[in-house]
Design a protein around this ligand. Structure first.
Ligand SMILES: [Zn+2]
Length: 227
């Protein structure tokens, strides 16, 4: 697992060169945001150990399998770890039918871990503020680090070869757009996240982008032009 220190509070963990999770440093240890694909628990735990603190809680941006994939294994290994999943995606993972029509993307079929907390907009997870960011999935959230303005945007954007909104196919990384549930809502979310004026943008797929405002503006303009 590749490890990149993005800010003093944030370490990016990358598996198989295309899927990210994040260690967010708090006074009591780490919040792990997303868990990548299945089979990554050992590597994620080793990364936290190398970074020098235990994982205290696991928060998901959304329920897709490349973000929730190692949740069960981590929960098994970490016992009392607190698990936080966005409300609507938690209900989808529990087998509830929450939206009309088919949900695209890979959803884990038999996730055993029920969240301790179903996240809503405005909740706090340590230093992170929960931002509603629906579109890629119905319940998708972003996390804004209130200490330094870093934004963990999950799959609302990708950043391979530049920032892109996941509402439409852009050739660098079409997979996230293929898994997107609602294009219009994804574009509206992109605008909401841009308005937060993040200092650093980090995402589920792609490298960290510092001072991302111009890139986000271009990405939103391209997404709107493709509508
Ligand atoms: Zn996704």
């Amino acid at each position: 697992m590749k490890t990149v220190t993005v800010t003093p509070h944030l370490t990016q963990l990358t598996r198989m060169r295309f899927v990210n999770a994040y260690l967010v440093r708090e006074d009591d240890g780490f919040t792990l945001v997303d868990t990548t694909t299945g089979g990554a628990a050992d590597a994620l735990l080793a990364a936290a150990e190398r970074a020098g603190a235990p994982i205290r809680r696991i928060a998901l941006t959304h329920g897709h399998g490349d973000h929730a994939g190692s949740l069960d294994a981590l929960k098994e290994r970490l016992g009392g770890v607190e698990v936080l999943i966005p409300e609507l995606d938690a209900r989808i993972l529990a087998g509830e039918h929450v939206v009309d029509g088919k949900l695209p993307g890979g959803w884990p079929k038999a996730l055993r871990t029920a969240p301790d907390v179903r996240l809503a907009a405005g909740d706090r997870v340590g230093s992170l503020e929960v931002i509603a960011a629906p579109g890629h999935t119905p319940g998708h959230v972003a996390f804004r680090d209130t200490r330094d303005g870093t934004l963990i945007a999950g799959d609302a954007f990708t950043t391979y070869g530049g920032v892109a909104v996941t509402s439409h196919f852009f050739l660098r990384f079409p997979l996230a757009a293929m898994a997107t549930w609602d294009r219009e809502r994804t574009v509206a979310t992109a605008e909401t996240l841009r308005a937060l004026d993040p200092a650093v943008l980090v995402v589920g797929h792609g490298p960290a982008v510092r001072a991302p405002a111009a890139g986000m503006d271009r990405a939103i303009a391209r997404a709107i032009a493709k509508r």
